[in-house]
Design a protein around this ligand. Structure first.
Ligand SMILES: Cc1ncc(COP(=O)(O)O)c(C=O)c1O
Length: 389
């Protein structure tokens, strides 16, 4: 059988290798503590489930939902931006429901890139950002995110020859996997840069609510109030623990929204209407539940960071996201994949190798805090026994 060249170009998927390593550990009798996926273990809030359950009983929700979803969903999104950021958004032309942020960020490059065009991506970054560029036949320029630059790209370092071919830039803060945050002034610099170089600016924003201080995370649309070049992606997977429900949205420049809708019109018929209804309930009535979720993750963060300090592997305490981005100790510093494979084989603790997020991610591992405090403490005990034998 012959397959398309684009499939051959996909980079080796480290996470698939890790999946296999987890399965082998289970087969060998290890009890798994899975800290490798950013999939929340917390239940979805009752009002959201009730809305979805009521929708299930209503046959009018059972058919195809055409491409830009329901008016009530788009309006709830626009109202949320008005409340949170004081931005006035047109729900008809500037909002589009998605089957998750992964779907939207992976499809958008098909609307922007011609084969050979360049996308400027964060390295390390989220795999759907690069995957979408490969699907579209584009080339990637990785903007290295380094600790000494607070994991922000240095825009002035991008070579002029790259910029000539570049059509889009993708940013995402609070950032998975480094846990870094960005300021509004950095976003203003990025918007100006993208306007100067005629680039589409994509901001993936799943962790907008996942901040353990009272700081409000800026939206890229605050820095691009007239929506000249920007589009932002949100998912209900994190703030509302709805990862399995597959619901998110894109918001921003009307031409970008329309072009993404044209791509999606070929690929899908939208998420189920009952889930859109549940998402409306989330946006309109579940602020207090988000605070409870954050408190839970903050407690987990504190327990995990302090336990890691106690075993002699100091890790920074993140101000945002549900992750710990841990610099590997000697002798594992440039061997994140090997470290994670060995760790899961010997202890059953699964983490994500930094190299899986891009070459600048090498030297780190990512732990997702998606287990209760006792399990996290048990994981750190197992890590200690692995490091000290
Ligand atoms: C940066 C980033 N984008 C997108 C996603 C996926 O979101 P969704 O569940 O909406 O596809 C994640 C999930 O971890 C993420 O961290």
């Amino acid at each position: 059988m012959k397959f398309a060249d684009r499939i051959q170009k996909f980079p080796a998927n480290v996470f698939a290798e890790m999946d296999q390593a987890k399965r082998q550990a289970l087969d060998a009798g290890q009890s798994l503590i899975d800290l490798s996926l950013g999939s929340s273990d917390l239940p979805v809030a009752t009002p959201i489930l009730e809305t979805i359950s009521q929708s299930l009983q209503d046959p009018s929700t059972h058919g195809y939902l055409l491409f830009h979803g329901t008016r009530s969903f788009r309006q709830a999104v626009a109202d949320w931006y008005e409340r949170r950021y004081g931005l006035s958004i047109d729900p008809e032309t500037e909002v589009l429901p998605l089957i998750g942020s992964q779907e939207g960020t992976a499809h958008l490059p098909l609307a922007i890139l011609n084969p050979g065009d360049v996308a400027l991506l964060q390295d390390p970054g989220y795999p759907s950002h690069s995957g979408g560029v490969y699907l579209a036949g584009g080339d990637i320029y990785g903007m290295p995110l380094l600790a000494e630059n607070q994991f922000l790209p240095v825009l002035g370092d991008i070579p002029a020859a790259v910029l000539q071919k570049a059509r889009m830039m993708v940013l995402s803060y609070p950032h998975n996997p480094t846990t870094a945050i960005a300021s509004l002034s950095f976003f203003e610099e990025a918007v100006q840069f993208c306007q100067d170089h005629d680039l589409v600016l994509v901001h993936d924003f799943p962790y907008v609510d996942f901040v353990f201080s009272n700081q409000q995370m800026p939206s890229i649309l605050q820095a691009d109030r007239n929506r000249h070049c920007s589009i932002e992606f949100f998912t209900f997977s994190k703030s509302y623990s709805m990862g399995g429900f597959r619901i998110g949205y894109a918001i921003g420049n009307a031409e970008l929204i329309a072009s993404l809708r044209r791509i999606k019109a070929i690929v899908d018929f939208n998420q189920y209407q009952g889930i859109l209804n549940g998402a409306v309930t989330a946006l309109t009535t579940c602020e207090a539940d988000i605070q409870t979720t954050l408190d839970t993750f903050q407690t987990r963060r504190d327990i995990f960071v302090s336990a890691m300090n106690n075993i002699g592997w100091p890790v920074p305490s993140p101000t945002a996201t549900m992750y710990i981005w841990a610099p590997l100790p000697e002798p594992w510093q440039q061997k994140s994949v090997e470290f994670c494979k060995q760790l899961v084989a010997h202890t059953g603790v699964a983490a994500s190798p930094g190299a899986g997020f891009g070459k600048t991610g090498e030297g780190y591992v990512r732990f997702a805090l998606v287990q209760d405090p006792d399990t996290l403490a048990a994981a750190v005990d197992r890590i200690a026994s692995f490091l000290h034998t």
